[in-house]
Ligand binder design. Structure first.
Ligand SMILES: Cc1ncc(COP(=O)(O)O)c(C=O)c1O
Length: 372
């Protein structure tokens, strides 16, 4: 019998009364665009993570784009991004006309390597040409990046520190929740994310009222106070009211879901065979466990054997950004970011969701033990 990689059906059965009621309310009042649930969700998420302002939008990719647009980052500007990430992190840099500079990551926790970031900043300054403007650390697989270290680097070089928390909503760093760790944070509510809706959704979070006001304007075509006097060039990027209703229904149980993910991660930590390298943790941090990602020598062999056993896995990500066809021109080719390149060849994500029972996790660990 095949098991799900992420079990959204089980989650829906658990939350059906709240989700159905939320959707029915929207159908009844009919305010599908920027209806009351959108503002309610923004306020609830802000309170949940301890951010002063949440501006929702259509997806996490737009959230990144809006954040860069809000700082007027564009042609001639350099934005530092980890190479080992999902496409959107670097894509949005190019969408605003700026240049991505790829940085290597740590081989254990997959997070941006602050030492390599400093070398890349120094090299860019020495070369001249581009202006270093921003760094976008990615909380890959749910674990927050080292925001204290990154804040120091950002301050020293006058960089905008933008947290890509698409995968880490629900995670914590030194007592603080994701969403409150950087001057600006973006997240995604794609269905498979730890906090996911039933379509696309995203948000930007900040304590800075001025920044939030600009984001609100940008997500609505750059409107100012008067509806038909646009004050800046923006885009159309709104969270649907129906999606906000789904998120509102999921938020009260979200902390318990993160705890369930943590329990599953601990189970994997304890029961996987020694040949599977566990994902690194960081003292004082908790991951949102968007993914539980191991490293193994013969990754493709193990994935194929598990598939035969009805156990799905996923590869996040098979190619680092600097080696992907559309981005090669912005990197230094094979061998230039060795940790990202090695990870891409060996990582394997295992089924991870808050509704997995112990029999299933036992079955997964036993199968991996058999095949390794
Ligand atoms: C690290 C990262 N950044 C950005 C995004 C973009 O989010 P979305 O799919 O909502 O546009 C994702 C989503 O997959 C992601 O994993």
């Amino acid at each position: 019998m095949s098991i799900p990689f992420i079990d959204l059906k089980a989650q829906y059965s658990r939350l059906k009364p709240e989700i159905d009621a939320g959707i029915e309310r929207v159908l009844a009042h009919g305010r599908f665009i920027l209806g009351p649930e959108v503002g309610e969700f923004e306020a609830a998420l802000a309170a949940n993570v301890g951010a002063a302002h949440v501006v929702s939008c259509a997806n996490g990719t737009d959230a990144l784009t809006l954040a860069l647009m809000g700082e007027n980052i564009g042609p001639g500007d350099a934005v530092f991004v980890p190479s080992f990430t999902f496409t959107a992190t670097a894509e949005t840099v190019l969408m605003v006309g700026a240049t991505p500079v790829f940085v290597d990551v740590d081989g254990e926790d997959f997070l941006i390597d602050c030492g390599d970031l400093e070398s890349k900043i120094a090299a860019l300054k020495a070369a001249g040409g581009l202006t270093p403007r921003a760094v976008i650390p990615v909380d890959l697989f749910g674990l927050p990046a080292d925001y204290d270290g990154l804040a120091k680097i950002a301050a020293a070089h006058d960089l905008f520190l933008l947290a890509d928390a698409a995968q880490s909503m629900g995670g914590r760093y030194r007592g603080r929740a994701v969403g409150s760790l950087a001057p600006a944070t973006v997240s995604s509510f794609f269905p498979a994310k730890p906090l996911g809706c039933y379509g696309d959704g995203g948000a930007l979070l900040t304590d800075d009222a001025g920044r939030a006001e600009i984001w609100r304007s940008l997500r609505g075509h750059g409107k100012g106070k008067a509806k038909y006097d646009v004050v800046r060039v923006g885009m159309n990027s709104r969270l649907d009211t129906l999606q906000a209703a789904v998120l509102l229904a999921k938020l009260p149980g979200f902390a318990a879901e993160i705890e369930a993910r943590e329990r599953l991660a601990e189970y994997y930590d304890r029961h996987l065979p020694g040949a599977a390298v566990r994902p690194g943790r960081m003292a004082g941090s908790t991951s949102a466990w968007a993914q539980y990602t191991i490293q193994v020598e013969d990754r493709d062999g193990l994935a194929a054997a598990l598939r035969e056993d009805g156990i799905p896995t996923a590869i996040h990500y098979p190619l680092p950004m600097h080696l992907q066809t559309a981005y090669r021109g912005f990197g230094d080719g094979p061998g230039s970011l060795p940790v990202s390149e090695k990870l891409a060849a060996h990582v394997l994500s295992l089924p991870m969701h808050p509704d997995m029972d112990e029999a299933t996790s036992r079955r997964i660990c036993a199968a991996i033990e058999r095949h390794l």
